[in-house]
Design a protein around this ligand. Structure first.
Ligand code: SF4
Length: 256
C-alpha cells in the first residue's frame, strides 16, 4: 500500500505528465452558479461536450429553471435520453437540488452565495439532501474561491486505478479530504481538470484505452496488450541471468 508521500509524488507526476498532453485548463468565470451546478452534475461519466448538449436540451424543453425544479424525474430523464450516462440519478438529483435551495431562499438565482464565505458555501450545499459532496465542493471552489478537490465517479475511478484512493474503503467525502491535503491549493484545479480529461478521453468506465495513456507505466490497473506483456516477461529472464552471473562471479572469487 503506497504511503501518503508516495501518493503525493504520484499525483504530482500525473499532473506533469497529463499537462504535457492536455495543456492548461481553461478557467472561465462562473456567471450563472445554478447552470454551473447542473453542468457539473450532468458531466459525470460523460464528456464536457455531451454535458453541454444535455444542458441545451434542458434549456430548450423546460420553460425556465423553476419549471425544471418542479418537473418529475421521469420527464427530465426523457429529455436527457435513455442512453445518457446515469440519467436516472441525474434526473432525480437536479430537481432535488433546485427545490431545496428554492425553499430556503425563495429564488432561482443563487446570488446569496456572494454573501457566504468559502467554508459556509461548502457547508450549505454539503448539507442538502441527496446532493453528493462533489457538487458542494465545485460550487465552493468555483463560486467562492475555496480550495477543493471535487470527487465524482470519474475522479474516483481514475484515481483508484492509479492507486491513490481506494473505492472500497473511502467515501467520496473521504477521498476529497485526502486529496485536499495531498494536492496544494495552487495545483488542485489543474490536476482535477486533467484527471477529468483523462477520465473522459481514455480511462473510461468500461474498456479503458490504456495503451494510449501516458500513465500506463506507473498505473497498477493498466490493461496491457499481449505484446507489452510478453516484453515484460522477456525482461525477467534477463534480470535472472544477471543475478546468476553475479553469483557465479562471487563463487569463483571464493574458490581463488
Ligand atoms: S493506464 Fe489505463 S487504467 Fe491506468 S489511468 Fe491510464 S487509462 Fe486508466
Amino acid at each position: 500500500m503506497p504511503s501518503f508521500s508516495d501518493k503525493v509524488k504520484r499525483l504530482e507526476r500525473m499532473r506533469l505528465a497529463l499537462r504535457r498532453r492536455y495543456g492548461d485548463p481553461p478557467r472561465p468565470a462562473v456567471t450563472h452558479p445554478v447552470e454551473h451546478a447542473l453542468r457539473v452534475i450532468l458531466a459525470e461519466e460523460t464528456t464536457a461536450q455531451e454535458a453541454e448538449k444535455a444542458l441545451a436540451r434542458i434549456r430548450e424543453h423546460f420553460v425556465d429553471l423553476n419549471d425544471l425544479r418542479v418537473s418529475r424525474p421521469r420527464e427530465i430523464r426523457e429529455v436527457l435520453g435513455q442512453d445518457f450516462p446515469r440519467s436516472s440519478h441525474k434526473a432525480r438529483v437536479i430537481p432535488r437540488l433546485l427545490d431545496q435551495v428554492f425553499k430556503q431562499h425563495n429564488s432561482m438565482v443563487w446570488d446569496f452565495i456572494e454573501a457566504m464565505g468559502k467554508v459556509q458555501t461548502r457547508a450549505y450545499f454539503g448539507k442538502l439532501e441527496d446532493v453528493r459532496p462533489f457538487v458542494a465542493a465545485v460550487i465552493a471552489r468555483d463560486c467562492a474561491g475555496a480550495h477543493a478537490f471535487p470527487v465524482d465517479g470519474d475522479v474516483a475511478r481514475v484515481l483508484s486505478r492509479i492507486g491513490v484512493v481506494d473505492l472500497a474503503d473511502q467515501s467520496e467525502a473521504e477521498m476529497q479530504a485526502f486529496l485536499e491535503r495531498a494536492v496544494k491549493a495552487n495545483r488542485a484545479y489543474e490536476l482535477h481538470w486533467l484527471v477529468k480529461r483523462l477520465g473522459e478521453a481514455l480511462c473510461l468506465v468500461e474498456s479503458p484505452r490504456c495503451t494510449e495513456c501516458l500513465m500506463i507505466a506507473v498505473c497498477p490497473a493498466a490493461v496491457k496488450t499481449p505484446r507489452e506483456k510478453s516484453a515484460k516477461r522477456k525482461k525477467k529472464p534477463a534480470a535472472r541471468r544477471a543475478v546468476q552471473s553475479k553469483k557465479r562471479k562471487a563463487a569463483r572469487k571464493k574458490r581463488r
